[in-house]
Design a protein around this ligand. Structure first.
Ligand code: HEM
Length: 500
């Protein structure tokens, strides 16, 4: 379910990627933590009925946006669509043109819909087309803001949400849509997505690269050999995988306004310029509805039609994901042994499973992160691992809807994943994964296949010795809505609250 972090709040090393307290105090907590200690969340999609950012001051009183410094019993994250920023008071030509093109165009721009596979004819979108986005001309429901409230239990969350809406409605903020999200961690400490797979194990591990971004007060997080990505892949203003500062939108304001926001002054820029992007990120959001009964019924039928001893629906599902139900990564000998009770993740495919005899070449995890598996020779291995790490995303999604009682019985209840991921270059990171890996019909030498978990109906090859297997998979996941959001730093949020 891509919630990002299952066991603890932090990924590795000192847990905060070597960022200093000052840097952590500027960054939204959602970036460095999935708030895994807070199992329930409500995603509020809001519409701004009045211009200006004054309502953010009302929000500050009831749900202050959480910094990356602490661990609280209530935590808040906030992100804005392009239309939302405009409503706050950023202008089209002078301000918004500084933001990345995909963010400005939105996820539902026709060419982008085609590249992301979000066309009804594919069967991967709900009937009637996507329901919501940030663009009122593209979908029936349009949201300007995504407000995420994380709490310890449902009662507290419900009370808190009421307080928040009571504070915001008089400020001209209305609720367009909401989703209740949860982790529902098993007694064994694992959160599972609705098909039943433990999720959230494999994440990039950001490290500070380049002298300009290291704060002497910070710790030192060494580069993780398998999953290390420069900080600029998840936070704007820091050195990214191209060895340059991840581009951040800069706006111009008269000196008196700029003077009120000294924290936003970019290095080297003339007086009056403000860096709105530094310590912020882009949040990709996609509501993905899962048809659990269709998934398991179709795999039951596929296993029966194969008629091979030992192959049942669970065996096929493991191959579709590339990990077995509890999260262990498949390999030719079975699964990679767990490390310290956690599924092994520091492994490649080139040496361990070149032909995909364990973890199929077209499985979800292999497409979503091929690691070194696309190398043609041993000599290319490290270059291809580095190349794959130029396309990593930090996943922060959570599931919505009840767990199904009987996985073979369609209870007609809606459930799925609110997929959320952070990245600074939407085209090179999220869109590349979706288009060039997940939906690529010729990925890793395959022919006419796409991701068996997310793609349209089609074949799925399972390499096997002596003869490979081929099964037909249906469409189990449909896009309900989504868009690109800007997740500001806390100083940028203060500036936005001053806009009129
Ligand atoms: C309902 C939709 C989805 C489901 C049920 C799902 C499920 C899973 C599961 C079970 C894993 C393995 C656990 C792990 O490695 O953390 C996984 C990994 C992953 N998924 Fe998804 N996923 C979904 C959608 C997506 C989408 C839309 C993307 C990106 C466009 C994506 C990208 C990834 C990535 C990058 C990994 C980690 C791969 C690795 O590093 O080994 N997933 N997903």
């Amino acid at each position: 379910m891509d919630q990002g972090l299952v066991i603890g709040d932090d990924v590795r090393t000192d847990g905060k990627w070597g960022l200093s307290p000052r840097q952590l105090g500027r960054i939204q907590g959602l970036v460095v933590s999935g708030f895994a200690h807070l199992p329930v969340t409500r995603a509020l999609f809001l519409k701004l009925d009045r211009p200006g950012g004054g309502w953010l001051k009302a929000l500050e009183k009831v749900a202050p946006v959480t910094a990356a410094t602490g661990r609280l019993n209530r935590s808040t994250a906030i992100a804005f669509t392009c239309a939302g920023l405009k409503r706050l008071g950023l202008t089209d030509t002078a301000d918004l043109s500084a933001f990345a093109l995909p963010f400005r165009e939105g996820m539902h721009q026709p060419d982008r819909r085609r590249r992301l596979g979000d066309e009804e004819k594919n069967g991967t979108v709900i009937p009637g087309g996507p329901l919501w986005s940030g663009d009122a001309s593209a979908t029936p429901q349009a949201a300007d803001v995504l407000l995420l409230l994380y709490a310890v239990d449902e009662t507290d969350l419900a009370d808190w949400c009421n307080q928040v809406m009571e504070a915001l409605e008089p400020e001209g903020v209305s609720l367009v849509r909401h989703l209740d999200l949860s982790l529902r961690i098993d007694p064994d400490g694992r959160a599972r997505e609705h098909f039943g797979f433990a999720d959230g194990f494999s994440q990039p591990v950001p490290y500070l690269a380049g002298p300009s971004t290291a704060d002497p007060a910070g710790g030192h997080a060494a580069r993780d050999p398998w999953h290390g990505v420069p900080m600029g892949e998840v936070l704007m203003g820091y050195t990214n995988a191209h060895d340059e500062a991840a581009p951040a939108p800069i706006v111009q304001r008269p000196a008196d306004i700029a003077a009120r926001h000294p924290d936003l002054k970019p290095d080297g820029a003339p007086e009056g310029f403000l860096d709105l992007g530094a310590d912020g990120s882009y949040l990709v959001v996609r509501e993905l509805r899962q048809d659990v009964a269709a998934f398991w019924n179709s795999l039951d039928a596929a296993a029966r039609s194969l008629g091979c001893p030992g192959i049942d629906a669970d065996w096929l599902a493991d191959r579709i994901v590339g990990r077995e139900h509890d999260g262990d990564l498949l390999c030719p000998a079975g699964v990679h042994a767990a490390v310290d009770g956690q599924p092994a993740n520091d492994v490649g495919f080139f040496r361990e499973d070149f032909h995909g005899l364990g973890c199929p070449l077209g499985s979800h995890v292999r497409r979503a992160n091929p690691r070194d598996g696309l190398a043609a020779t041993e000599a290319d291995r490290s270059a291809l691992l580095n190349a794959a790490n130029n396309h990593r995303i930090l996943r922060r999604g959570r599931k919505y809807g009840e767990t199904i009682q009987n996985r073979l019985e369609d209870d007609r209840k809606e459930r799925g994943l609110l997929f959320m991921c952070l990245n600074t270059d939407i085209v090179r990171q999220f869109e590349f994964i979706q288009q060039t890996w997940l939906l690529n019909r010729n990925f890793a030498g395959l022919y006419g296949e796409t991701d068996p978990l997310l793609g349209p109906k089609g074949p799925f090859t399972i390499p096997k010795d002596p003869v490979r297997l081929k099964v037909e998979v249906e469409t189990y996941v449909k896009m309900v809505g989504g868009d690109y959001f800007f997740l500001p730093s806390l100083p940028a949020l203060k500036f936005m609250a001053d806009l009129t």
